[in-house]
Design a protein around this ligand. Sequence first.
Ligand SMILES: Nc1ncnc2c1ncn2[C@@H]1O[C@H](COP(=O)(O)OP(=O)(O)O)[C@@H](O)[C@H]1O
Ligand SMILES: [Mg+2]
Length: 264
Amino acid sequence: MIPIVQFEDVSKVFFKGATPIQALGRMSLTVRTGELLAVVGPSGCGKSTLLNMAAGLMKPGTGSIRYKGQAVMGANTQVAYVTQKDNLLPWRTVEQNVRLPLEMGAHRLLPETEKRARVARYIQMVGLAGFEHHYPKELSGGMRKRAQMARSLVYEPDTLLMDEPFGALDAQLKLALQAELLKTWEGSGKTLIFVTHDLTEAISLADRVVVMSGRPGRITAIADIRLPRPRDVFHIRFQPEFGVYFEELWAALKQDAPAGEDRK
Ligand SMILES: Nc1ncnc2c1ncn2[C@@H]1O[C@H](COP(=O)(O)OP(=O)(O)O)[C@@H](O)[C@H]1O
Ligand SMILES: [Mg+2]
């Protein structure tokens, strides 16, 4: 079977004035169709850059990215992307924001009844029923994330890219949203690439966890997480196997922890 996403020998250098910043080292990674792949790494290691390249919003400096075997050139319309920065349109209500993808490309041609049904379904799924007519500024941070998720799901993409979606939320809300995300994803057959800096979150959710080093980012560890599904994100961290994965991956991650007592 053709892998859904292939990063082959990709690297990326940015320039700050005349000074080059090597954001990503050369790295290769194959994403399996239908998996939930978590990418963990310290801030600035190129995680968002990686997703931007998969979405076709940024070209790699070297190497190539393939989606279902085809080189990604320009915006990849087969993926939905929940970006790290909240990019809801402030002048549109929740309902109008969620509807946005259905006003573009081939989705414009969907019958109006189908559009309405989908918008309502995904607003309901993310728990925003009753807030359809609210504007982004009237929502909490968690609710804005939910709205972004609904907007991504509404055009029913094969692949979802999520960039630290729950990073800024408090611990209880984060767990609740992780649980909802798993409920939505498990059994959907969709591929999900989930970027986070939280190793516990990565192991709780993922089929595979990729650990990246600090800048220039490269892969320092990959592990298959063989914890049974459906998973209960509230309790899974207390399972003995969870601890084994955590120890193994933490060893790779902490090599790049900020200088301190823990640094070898
Ligand atoms: N468009 C850009 N122009 C210049 N530098 C950038 C740009 N995007 C990212 N960078 C730099 O590249 C590095 C990796 O960025 P990013 O992919 O956002 O990291 P992460 O998401 O892992 O925190 C950072 O040092 C960041 O400042
Ligand atoms: Mg980022």
